[in-house]
Design a protein around this ligand. Sequence first.
Ligand code: B12
Length: 304
Amino acid sequence: MSEEGSMLGPLRERGYDARSLSVSHLDEVREDVESLHREGLISEELYKEYLFRFKYYVPSAFPEARSIVVVSVPQPTCEVVFRVGGRRRRAIVPPTYANAVEVDTEIVDLLEKGDGRGVRLMRAILPHKTLAARTGLAVYGRNNITYVPKYGSYHRLTSFFTDRELPDDWQEMRMMERCEGCMACVDACPTAAIVRDRFLMYGERCLTFHNEMPNERGFPDYIMEGMHNAVIGCMICQMVCPVNAQVRNWMVHCTEFDEEDTEYLLKGDFAGPKAARMAERLAPLGLDLQLFPRNLMALLRNGD
Ligand code: B12
């Protein structure tokens, strides 16, 4: 008998969606990513920064793991206001950065509630987009971001090992039909990270790759001032995507930094108790003090 319906019930009632796969596919998931690396299609820079961390095996602390649940949680863009020079400067933090910890905690609660028959869970350090596409939870856009019905690409993905035998939704990955013949993201990508002649984007060229790095790194020459559009990350390829028409303006106001706080972030001299307080304020937004002042300076200069 399928255990899925009831187990994922509370998640679905909350408006989230999920699919599952058997842990027997972990080697195939590894191949999906590692074969691209072996073929030289993924740069060493991107691999060493992010992809080497994935753990494509049943955790030794959880040998009873039988399945992996992949969850999609809709998320809006977060508006953040900085007061500077007597002006109110609006900025955005793209979907998926804010409330990452809270979202994971909520998912654990909802899965544990499940069907009341008990489940053990462990967060999976795996490529969530690959899992989402491999289970049919999501489909790829040409921009290499995954899309779900209703919310387009405005959703956060997360995955958990479980000790339950859940349905094995394993399947081929798909690109959205709407992407056939549409080059909106390719044409708009400011750094030419998304290209015409191959599906896999050049992650190491993406503006996000550079503005997620610590402040000391600075930006490479090809990242010009006018390109910055968010406190972290980039929204260009999602904003121009016709499939996101319904969610493009889905924004919630998150917080406001007064003149003193903005000045502090722009000064970049982070020491003492004020730094700890500011880090605490930034954490729910998915922001780190290490991104400042570089990202904010670049952004504010843009609208001058
Ligand atoms: C590394 C990483 C990055 C890197 C590299 C991006 C990349 N494309 O890999 C950088 C820093 C650039 C980045 C940027 C962003 N990221 Co990011 N990132 C990750 C991370 C840590 C791993 C992603 C990964 O597995 N990359 C490896 C590549 C090989 O995997 P892939 O892109 O899925 O590629 C597959 C397809 O190309 C497929 N494939 C190959 N050929 C073909 C051909 C066809 C036709 C098809 C259908 C498939 C296919 O095979 C590949 C392997 O399965 C995940 C978190 C996690 N643990 O998964 C978040 C994650 C993917 N990022 C996320 C987000 C939101 C972003 C940004 C939108 C943030 C922003 N607003 O700036 C941008 C988007 C950039 C872009 N256009 O892709 C979300 C995506 C959610 C979603 N809706 O899909 C994730 C899942 C974080 C999260 N928890 O929600 N990110």
